[in-house]
Design a protein around this ligand. Structure first.
Ligand code: PBG
Length: 330
């Protein structure tokens, strides 16, 4: 390959039009999924302290929010529920009139074209705050948890969910969920698996948002060790074999190597979750005036897409869609 002076990469960076013409990655509203926290009550839009700009919503507020999301061209939301009460099994998680079931129906009734994804996990619903059934030694029992997850997805499908997203890193969850959805005639409901979900401290702000901190210990017996990449590929392979339609890597920015490897290795849509801590860090630095929020947020999302993500779950979805609509950012 000839080098300088015949090759001058700066030639194609000279003007905005040239840069636009050769840009390899384009972020669009189509790529984004907006997480929404729902709680019991009326007329509520409670700010989440650890995530400035994000709120816990009561169900009656969802039609307006869903319309706003859809109007911005964002195809999907993912729902997280805060139950009225918690117990060992997380009963509200699979109740017909549970908070998420109500939210699904409300959104589907008012904005049917907006895709509703549900997070399928037990930690927000259990009194111990773990993502499964816990035995007397504090161990999350795998196969007993699968039966609960089956009840949860059946109730979500009955309420009208389009996609279910198991997030507990319980072995065999995707197979158990696919089997149950098919058994009840919900073959059309897709599975977006949190396939490579790491035991990350970047989830800190979410635990205030969803009121879901573990009451003892941590999640390292089921979520992945941040040091492991090969194991992430095993997790993704297993979930695809079990029937996952979309596979997710979480968190996003600190795990772009995983996103890139999954993209390279598997022919399935890949999602990445730009998590609460990633969001909160940008917000906090921006509030100090240390960084330009808009540019840093869009750069982050573009980098996640460049690494290979087709879809990005992000608390920045609404802002990003507005910024993209209102003009190029670079
Ligand atoms: C539930 C769940 C969590 C997140 C998504 N689903 C919390 C956790 O695993 O502790 C984190 C999302 C975020 O930090 O934005 N299991």
């Amino acid at each position: 390959m000839a080098g300088f002076p015949s090759l001058r990469p700066r030639r194609l960076r000279r003007t905005p039009a040239l840069r636009r013409m050769v840009r390899e990655t384009t972020l669009a509203a189509d790529d984004l999924i907006y997480p929404i926290f729902v709680r019991h009550g009326k007329g509520l839009r409670n700010p989440i302290g650890s995530m400035p700009g994000q709120h816990q919503w009561s169900v009656d507020m969802l039609p307006n929010l869903a319309e706003e999301v859809a109007a911005l061209g964002i195809p999907a939301v993912i729902l997280f529920g805060l139950p009225a009460s918690k117990d060992a099994q997380g009963s509200e998680n699979f109740a017909e009139d549970g908070i998420v079931q109500q939210a699904i129906r409300m959104i589907k009734e008012h904005v049917p074209e907006l895709l509703v994804i549900t997070d399928v996990c037990m930690c927000e619903y259990t009194d111990h705050g773990h993502c499964g059934i816990v035995d007397e030694r504090g161990y999350v029992v795998n196969d007993a948890t699968l039966e609960i997850l089956q009840m949860v997805v059946a109730s979500h499908a009955a309420a009208g969910a389009d996609i279910v997203a198991p997030s507990g890193m319980i072995d065999g969850a995707v197979a158990a969920i696919r089997e149950e959805l098919d058994r009840i005639g919900a073959q059309h409901v897709a599975i977006m698996a949190y396939a490579a979900k790491f035991a990350s401290s970047f989830y800190g702000p979410f635990r205030e948002a969803a009121d879901s901190p573990p009451q003892f210990g941590d999640r390292t017996q089921y979520q992945m060790d941040p040091a492991n990449a090969r194991e992430a590929l095993l997790e993704v392979a297993l979930d695809i074999e079990e029937g996952a339609d979309i596979v997710m890597v979480k968190p996003a920015l600190p795990y772009l190597d995983i996103v890139a490897k999954v993209r390279e290795r598997f022919d399935r849509p890949v999602a990445a979750y730009h998590v609460s801590g990633e969001y909160a860090m940008i917000k906090a630095a921006a509030q100090h005036g240390w960084i330009d929020e808009r540019r840093v947020a869009l750069e982050s999302l573009t980098a996640i897409k460049r690494a290979g993500a087709d879809l990005i779950l992000t608390y920045y979805a609404l802002d990003a869609a507005r910024w993209l609509r209102d003009g190029a950012w670079q």
